[in-house]
Design a protein around this ligand. Structure first.
Ligand SMILES: NC(=O)c1ccc[n+]([C@@H]2O[C@H](COP(=O)([O-])OP(=O)(O)OC[C@H]3O[C@@H](n4cnc5c(N)ncnc54)[C@H](OP(=O)(O)O)[C@@H]3O)[C@@H](O)[C@H]2O)c1
Length: 358
């Protein structure tokens, strides 16, 4: 049985749910996937960091962060950081300190779940680059690195023989990237269209039922589904980052979120969505991409679609993506339940992929 040493960079909604899912599925992972694990490091932004080569008590780490306490005071086997060096983000600092611990014969996996920054994809991209550069595998639910630096990070991972996996970056645990990579050999994705942001879909469909925009948004914030800065969802940035990630990975798009032609739902009213329903249509935030004159053009915008469209049937937090391929026509994948558990599962499935590749 292979034991993977996990280092969690980010320990918020997603990082903590992932830690819980690991604990819940431990015996299954060992029995079915020949995989055991321990968490040897956790870095956060404002709650400190902890490094312990013997393994961190996950229950204690969860209790501390949920009570607003710091992690530093958990038992701590690492040497202190180099105070004289350049200021590093807590995540970079922890990755650098891993080397000082030795034990490099072990398989280390960096699990990146820091906040999304749609302007530069940082600090996540730096975390991923440093982890790969120093020979660690990376799994992430963060769209930033895939949306901003996919080709570079993929090539780096190949050159060092490590995995760079990001299934949770789009549609949580539903296997979008795996679907294409593992099951559509020699097929070319020539375009896509989909609903890939749960918060805005929840708001639009709640308004169809006569509920208020702000109340529907607040529900998503309470559930930990909306981004920390909700304007990322409402203004279409999250969907644009996902569209860029899809375009880059599935279509070699070479685009960033800023290249995506983007309109959010801030100006959409309850009257708009109900008028659409009355006309047999639906108003949905649609992300799409196509190859035009040799380059990939991606967009995110509220669009009227026929009530009979597959995507029109998706309500609340449901997501769906229609891939247009050259040899198989249109293929659709739909996510009927989405939430933190599903995002955590995406990280878990990437971890199993790392294990299989060893
Ligand atoms: N929530 C979802 O449903 C969902 C679904 C799919 C993908 N995602 C993606 O998953 C990621 C995490 O989302 P979340 O909801 O878990 O966010 P979150 O609750 O805000 O957690 C972010 C975590 O990152 C830490 N952090 C910030 N800057 C850091 C740094 N420089 N070094 C180390 N840690 C740092 C934060 O620490 P402090 O709190 O101490 O500052 C916190 O632990 C985002 O990229 C998001 O887009 C989320």
């Amino acid at each position: 049985v292979e034991c993977l040493d996990l280092v969690l960079i980010g320990f918020g909604n997603v990082g903590r749910r992932f830690a819980r899912l690991l604990a819940e599925t431990s015996s299954r992972l060992e029995r079915d996937c020949d995989l055991t694990w321990r968490i040897v490091g956790i870095a956060t932004g404002r709650h400190g960091a902890v490094l312990d080569p013997a393994g961190i008590d996950v229950g204690q780490a969860l209790r501390r962060t949920e009570n607003g306490q710091r992690l530093d005071t958990l038992r701590h086997g690492g040497p202190p950081g180099d105070e004289s060096g350049p200021a590093l983000t807590p995540g970079l600092d922890l990755i650098r300190r891993l080397d000082a611990l030795g034990g490099r014969s072990r398989h280390q996996v960096i699990v990146e779940t820091t906040i999304l920054d749609v302007r530069h994809g940082q600090p996540a991209t730096d975390h991923v680059r440093e982890a790969l550069r120093t020979g660690r595998h990376v799994v992430t639910a963060n769209k930033g690195p895939v949306a901003f630096a996919y080709a570079e990070l993929r090539d780096l991972a190949r050159s060092v023989g490590r995995e760079f996996l990001f299934e949770g970056a789009v549609m949580d645990g539903v296997p979008v990237f795996n679907l294409v990579r593992e099951t559509l050999p020699a097929a070319e994705v020539v375009g896509f269209r989909g609903i890939i942001n749960s918060t805005t879909n929840h708001i639009l469909t709640a308004m169809e039922e006569g509920r208020e925009f702000d109340a529907a948004l607040a529900e998503m914030q309470r559930a930990g589904i909306a981004e920390a800065d909700a304007s990322l969802d409402v203004d279409g940035w999250d969907a644009a980052a996902k569209a860029a990630a899809l375009a880059n990975v599935l279509m070699a798009g070479g685009v960033t979120p800023a290249d995506v032609d983007r309109t959010g739902i801030a100006r959409v009213t309850g009257a708009d969505v109900r008028a659409a329903v009355a006309a047999g249509q639906r108003l949905r935030l649609i992300a799409s991409a196509r190859r035009e004159e040799g380059r990939v053009r991606a967009s995110v915008a509220p669009r009227l679609i026929p009530g009979t469209d597959l995507l029109a049937g998706l309500r609340g937090m449901q997501n769906g993506l229609v891939l247009e391929t050259d040899v198989l026509g249109e293929v659709a994948i739909v996510q009927l339940g989405s939430g933190l558990a599903q995002t955590a599962y995406a990280l878990l499935s990437d971890l199993v992929t790392v294990r299989r590749g060893l």
